[in-house]
Design a protein around this ligand. Sequence first.
Ligand code: FES
Length: 156
Amino acid sequence: MRAVLLLAALATVEGLQIATPAWPVRSARCSPIACSIVVSDPPAENDRTIVDGPDGAIIVTKVKGEYYAVDATCPHLGLPMKRGKIADGPDGVTLTCNFHNSCWSMADGSCKKWVTGALGFENALAAGVMGSVGGAKSDIKAYDVTVAEDGSLIID
Ligand code: FES
């Protein structure tokens, strides 16, 4: 049963990776001290954009007029969260990994939920199997987002 679940999860993972579209990559502005990412066309309300960051893709979104930016690589298995669910709930604005339901605050990157099932379904067996592999529970990096005079976003 466990092998079947694992194979199903891996097949789904591969399917989702193939289905991931090529997101636009924005430019980075660096100095000897720090590196900022400039997003010249910010996402619309409840939309998202993906930019290249120092540690891989960063997901940028706008919810209730506020911008949020966090790393879009899941620390559990290193899988992409470009299509992760963004929600506004009791924990504020959160990003949930599509694979095993881990969830983070997009305000500060703190982990709110860690490996509770698979593919959006809560399941103790899947959580146990998948929780026994990959990285340990951890936060993700959240970035400061500033709106420049020209309307572009500066991500630090
Ligand atoms: S890959 Fe994201 S929670 Fe497992």
